[in-house]
Design a protein around this ligand. Structure first.
Ligand code: COA
Length: 69
């Protein structure tokens, strides 16, 4: 298990007229580079059906989280 600072990405959104032009991919590449530079060992996000292919392509792996509040 990795310990240390982690990042959580949320509310990624691209206006409809700008979609499928690589905007989210570019944004996420910058976010991941920044996170690596900041020493963040783990990056988590909750993908929509629309966003899942993009995140899988960027190297994110599906998990099976359980949470108790
Ligand atoms: C999910 C979302 C952020 C993706 O944004 P986007 O800027 O359209 O994403 P990208 O263009 O980087 O990539 C998305 C798709 O466009 C394709 N694409 C990229 N450039 C392209 C181009 N020039 N021509 C055609 N398709 C292209 C990608 O290959 C990808 O296709 P795929 O899903 O079939 O694999 C956007 O659809 C959105 O805001 N959705 C609503 C909110 C949401 O679901 N957010 C995600 C929460 S995790």
């Amino acid at each position: 298990m990795l310990l240390g600072p982690e990042a959580y990405v949320m509310n990624v959104y691209v206006e409809r007229m700008w979609r499928r032009k690589g905007v989210a991919a570019l944004l996420m590449v910058r976010v991941l580079a920044h996170a690596r530079g900041a020493g963040l060992g783990v990056i988590t996000l909750r993908a929509s059906d629309e966003g899942r292919p993009l995140y899988l392509r960027l190297g994110f792996a599906p998990t099976n989280e359980l949470r108790l509040r």
